[in-house]
Design a binder for this molecule. Structure first.
Ligand code: 1CP
Length: 358
């Protein structure tokens, strides 16, 4: 057992325990919206930052210092573990991820490996240990992976896409081969998250960024159930957050999730989600990230107040955006949102005996 954290608000909220204020972090908080990140990135590639534990530590801590969030998230990418599976890619400055040989046939899938994470992504474990040494028990560290469907979709599509048509066509044309690919992703991510937990993360999030393009039946089969298998593998070792972007059509399926918390995008009101899910899950979300791009400070504060009001009083809310922070967001606007959560949220937790760690 590791010693208690100075600020454990995120972990308390995940377990739906009382808190003096709502904890806040932002998906993609460590990236291009921070001038300090752009400076570190100026003479290095994104992958160089990810694969150097000292630099990954530095970048992980930037939003902690500059935005005053209540949790750090490991600086890495959902695609990193694919390299060790034999699915090569690079990040293009304008196009984002580009795969060298996108999967085209069932045969391509047979040669994909389920690697040992200490060999394939040992630098991630090193980064986690280095971040924990630097955080020195001040805040929780969130580990993460991509969900099997989202990762399979990238590997077939070969690049980002608006609606991943090629990947979905493959899924329907060759369902058995697609299931095998999803299964390999599932086993690799289970081992990968276990290795992050062993290295010391306090909670894990599974990002299913493209699950919202599936029919409800396909969502259940290719997105939800593989994620359930990963959650089963990690068991109760850490709390877990399942974020399926665009999942409003599948709320009845999500009600059966084994995750500790569900990430909610901005298309669903937290009020509706809370009524539906009752107190089975903590809920994370869901300010529209577009509000931080150019709205006035008053509008940002109003958006924060509305999000807190939508969730309502009591524990179990983790304030976040409804999806990743947009890279063109002025850092100042992200700061305004975090400060507004700190200012407004104590009124939603009047009965907490726990002290605010600041
Ligand atoms: O500096 C750069 O040019 C790289 C930009 C960048 C960054 C900062 C990428 C490329 N990834 C990241 C970091 C990252 N990605 C984190 C670290 C924590 C943090 O920034 O706070 C995390 C958690 C991710 C997760 C991720 N990567 C997701 C899931 C989240 C989401 O937004 O849905 C996805 C889909 C990716 C793929 C990815 N990585 C990077 C790009 C440009 C993309 C493609 C996005 C797309 O397809 O539109």
């Amino acid at each position: 057992m590791s010693p208690p954290l100075t600020n454990d608000l995120l972990l308390r909220a995940l377990e739906r325990q009382s808190v003096p204020r709502t904890p806040v972090w932002m998906m993609r908080q460590a990236g291009r919206c921070l001038p300090s990140y752009r400076k570190l990135r100026a003479d290095r590639s994104f992958l160089q930052l990810c694969k150097n534990p000292e630099l990954a530590t530095e970048v992980t801590l930037l939003p902690v210092q500059e935005l005053r969030v209540d949790a750090a998230i490991l600086f890495a990418d959902i695609l990193l573990p694919l390299e060790g599976m034999g699915i090569g890619f690079h990040f293009d400055e304008t196009q984002g991820p580009v795969f060298e040989r996108p999967i085209q046939t069932a045969r391509d899938i047979q040669s994909i490996r389920v690697p040992d994470p200490t060999e394939a992504t040992g630098y991630v474990g090193d980064a986690i240990r280095s971040i924990q040494a630097t955080l020195a028990g001040s805040l929780p560290l969130i580990g993460f992976c991509g969900a099997p469907f989202t990762l399979a979709a990238y590997a077939i599509e070969g690049k980002t896409s608006r609606s991943f048509d090629r990947a979905r066509a493959f899924m329907h044309a060759q369902p058995d081969a697609f299931s095998q690919l999803v299964d390999k992703m599932c086993r690799t991510m289970g081992l990968y998250l276990e290795s992050q937990i062993e290295a010391g993360v306090h909670a894990v999030q599974i990002f299913d960024s493209w699950a919202g393009w599936l029919t409800p039946d396909d969502f259940r089969r290719y997105a939800f159930e593989p994620v359930e298998q990963i959650l089963e593998k990690i068991g109760s070792r850490t709390p877990s957050i399942y974020f399926a972007h665009g999942a409003s059509p599948y709320l009845d399926i999500l009600q059966k999730s084994s995750a500790t918390a569900l990430g909610i995008d901005w298309r669903i009101s937290l009020n509706h989600a809370r009524n539906l899910f009752g107190d089975r899950y903590a809920l994370q979300g869901n300010l529209d990230p577009a509000r931080l791009v150019g709205a006035s400070p008053e509008s940002i504060r109003e958006g924060v107040r509305q999000t807190l009001t939508d969730y309502g009083p009591g524990p179990g809310h983790i304030f976040n955006l409804g999806h990743g922070i947009h890279p063109t967001t002025p850092a100042e606007n992200a700061r305004i949102a975090v400060e507004a959560v700190r200012e407004f949220s104590p009124a939603f937790h009047l009965s907490s005996p726990v002290e605010d760690p600041r």
